[in-house]
Unconditional design. Structure first.
Length: 254
């Protein structure tokens, strides 16, 4: 009985329900990211802030791994994972820039890119459902997080230089992955069918008008031929006279 109870709990934690374990980890990352941002803003020790940031970043790998391993990927998990990354990265980058730890252009680029990608995903999701993160986007997030963790932890010497280099690399991938999203879903952004008809308005309209005129003329010709066909012109079918009998007499109808 105890084993069955544990089995039921396990299946529930890794089911297709939105409250499965990977989604709970994703939601906890969002809460932890908010706490980390507040601590950094109020001037808490960087070692504490960096440690909390590392824990939050590590959960980003755990929830995705569990969701794929136990096949319990949900739309809430996809959306929550992307939202958790944004809340963990962008606000902390803003606070780091305001405190002079990094150039202010980095959070500007990140925020602008995330806004554009959000619009792209929202537009594409109407036709393809929830759009997950691309491989290049995941690489951008991982590189940026590692660079931020090194800076927040205050790693010394060459490790500090590597941390900044990774952050700049992540910012470059941020731009490249944003362009990739726009290119991959450009048909939904431009509304391909409508845009195509507007691009070739004169040429396509002429072809369509010609086809319409041909169809109308053909239809009118068929109606005219049918009206021309009168009863007098119908072929006369001759049949043998039928003999009708009424009583003892016979009458012939001609």
């Amino acid at each position: 009985m105890f084993n069955n109870r544990n089995k039921g709990k396990k299946s529930k934690l890794f089911s297709d329900n939105n409250l499965n374990l990977p989604n709970i980890i994703t939601l906890s990352r969002i809460v932890l990211a908010i706490i980390t941002t507040i601590l950094l803003a109020i001037g808490a020790p960087l070692l504490l802030v960096g440690s909390l940031f590392c824990v939050s970043a590590f959960t980003d790998k755990i929830d995705g791994f569990l969701a794929r391993k136990y096949n319990c990927i949900t739309n809430l998990g996809k959306s929550g994972d992307a939202l958790g990354d944004k809340i963990l990265v962008t606000p902390i980058l803003v606070v780091m820039a305001l405190q002079g730890m990094i150039p202010l252009i980095i959070p500007y680029i990140t925020f602008f890119r995330d806004s554009i990608v959000g619009i792209v995903k929202e537009t594409a999701s109407k036709n393809e459902g929830t759009v997950g993160a691309s491989k290049l986007g995941k690489a951008k997030t991982a590189t940026t997080m590692v660079g931020m963790a090194g800076i927040l932890l205050g790693l010394p010497g060459i490790l500090n230089i590597v941390s900044y280099a990774l952050l700049y690399l992540g910012t470059s991938l941020c731009v490249i992955s944003g362009v990739q999203y726009i290119y991959n879903y450009k048909d939904y952004l431009l509304d391909k069918n409508e845009g195509k008809s507007d691009y070739k308005t004169d040429e396509e309209s002429d072809v369509k008008n010609e086809e319409k005129e041909v169809k109308e003329k053909s239809k009118e010709k068929e109606e005219y031929n049918f009206n021309e066909l009168s009863i007098d012109k119908l072929p006369i079918i001759k049949s043998k006279p039928k003999v009708l009998t009424y009583g003892p007499k016979k009458f012939t109808r001609k």
